[in-house]
Design a protein around this ligand. Structure first.
Ligand SMILES: NC(=O)c1ccc[n+]([C@@H]2O[C@H](COP(=O)([O-])OP(=O)(O)OC[C@H]3O[C@@H](n4cnc5c(N)ncnc54)[C@H](O)[C@@H]3O)[C@@H](O)[C@H]2O)c1
Length: 290
C-alpha cells in the first residue's frame, strides 16, 4: 500500500512539517503542505529549497530528483485541497484539543481509504482517533528533528489502529529512507519515555549539587558515548518542551518517579527555555558566562 501513496498531505509547515513534506516529495509523492499561517508556508518553501540544494551540493541527492521534488510541492491554507491525499501527516501545535478538532474536520474531507497520521511527541493516538469515524486508520508517525537528517521514525499504534494501516505507514516511512520502530500508545512512546527521565535526572544531579553542569554533560558525553550531554540536549530541545513531556509522563503513567525536577520547573518559570531564548542551563548570549 505504501507504493500506492501517491499524494501526501502535511499539515503544519513549521520545523517538523516542512521537513516531512520535503521527505515525501523527494520520495516521489505529490505533496500538499498546509498551514493556517501564510508566513509559515513562505518560510517552509524557502527552507525546503535550501535544504534540497544542500543535499544536492553535498552529492547526497541527484539534482534532477531534487528539482522534481521541489516542483511536486504545493502550498495551501485550504483544507479542501487535501481531498486527494492518500495519507495526511499532521504536525501542528502540540495541543490535544486543536489536534482533535483538525482530525474531526479532516475525517469529513479526505477519502474513506486515507490514513490520518500525527507527528505528536506526546499526545495519545487513541484519544486523537476518537475524534474521527476511522480509528483503525489513525496512527502516530513520530519523526525526529530535523526530519530530513534523523534516521528514526517511531510508529505508534493506537488501541484500534489496524495492521493494514500500520503496514502501509511503515512502508511509507521506509520509502522516506527511515528506520522504523513500533511503539504501543503509552505516554512518551519509546524515545521520550527513556530520554526525558534521563534529562530530568541530570537536572536532579545539578539541583542537588552532585556536579557542575559541565561535568554532568562531559560525564555522560564521554562516559556513555553520546554526541552531547543531557543538559545541553535539554537546551537544544527547549526546557519548556522537556517540562511538558515530563508532565505528560507523570500524568499518563501515574508514577511519582516522573515528577519534573524543581530546577527544571524554575528555569522554565524564569523564561530560561534553552537555546531558542539564548539562555537555558547554559548561556548562549554574548554576555558573561553563567
Ligand atoms: N520540534 C521538535 O523537535 C519535534 C520533534 C518531534 C515531534 N514534534 C511534534 O511535531 C509537531 C509540530 O512541531 P513543530 O516543532 O514543527 O512546531 P512549529 O511551531 O514549528 O510548527 C507548527 C505549525 O503548525 C501551524 N498550525 C498550528 N495550528 C494549526 C492548525 N490548526 N491548522 C494548520 N496549521 C496550524 C503553525 O502555524 C505552525 O506553522 C508537534 O506536535 C510537536 O510535538 C516536534
Amino acid at each position: 500500500m505504501g507504493a500506492e501513496m501517491k499524494v501526501v498531505g502535511v499539515i503544519g509547515a513549521g520545523q517538523m512539517g516542512a521537513g516531512i513534506a520535503q521527505l515525501a516529495a523527494v520520495s516521489g509523492a505529490d505533496v500538499w503542505i498546509l498551514d493556517k499561517d501564510v508566513g509559515a508556508l513562505k518560510n517552509a518553501k524557502m527552507s525546503i529549497y535550501d535544504s534540497v540544494q544542500r543535499f544536492v551540493s553535498k552529492g547526497q541527492l541527484d539534482k534532477e530528483v531534487g528539482n522534481n521534488a521541489i516542483a511536486r510541492l504545493q502550498y495551501t491554507s485550504n483544507l479542501e485541497d487535501l481531498r486527494s491525499a492518500d495519507i495526511v501527516i499532521e504536525a501542528i501545535v502540540e495541543n490535544e484539543d486543536v489536534k482533535k478538532k483538525l482530525f474531526a474536520e479532516l475525517d469529513k474531507i479526505v477519502k474513506g481509504s486515507a490514513i490520518l497520521a500525527s507527528n505528536t511527541s506526546s499526545i495519545s493516538i487513541t484519544r486523537l482517533a476518537t475524534s474521527t469515524n476511522r480509528p483503525h486508520q489513525v496512527i502516530g508517525m513520530h519523526f525526529m528533528n530535523p526530519p530530513p537528517i534523523m534516521k528514526l521514525v517511531e510508529i505508534i499504534r493506537g488501541a484500534d489502529t489496524s495492521d493494514e494501516t500500520f503496514n502501509a505507514t511503515k512502508k511509507l516511512a521506509e520509502r522516506f529512507g527511515k528506520i522504523v520502530v513500533c511503539s504501543k500508545d503509552y505516554s512518551g512512546f519509546i524515545v521520550n519515555r527513556i530520554l526525558m527521565p534521563m534529562i530530568n535526572e541530570a537536572f536532579h544531579a545539578l539541583y542537588t549539587g552532585v556536579a557542575t553542569k559541565e561535568d554532568i554533560d562531559a560525564g555522560m558525553k564521554l562516559g556513555t558515548n553520546q554526541p552531547m550531554g543531557p543538559l545541553q540536549l535539554a537546551d537544544f530541545i527547549g526546557l519548556d518542551v522537556c517540562l511538558s513531556i515530563m508532565k505528560v509522563l507523570q500524568a499518563g503513567l501515574g508514577d511519582i518517579k516522573y515528577a519534573p525536577c524543581p530546577l527544571l520547573v524554575q528555569y522554565v518559570d524564569a523564561g530560561r527555555l534553552g537555546k531558542k531564548r539564548g539562555i537555558g542551563v547554559y548561556n548562549y548570549r554574548k554576555s558573561p558566562k553563567l
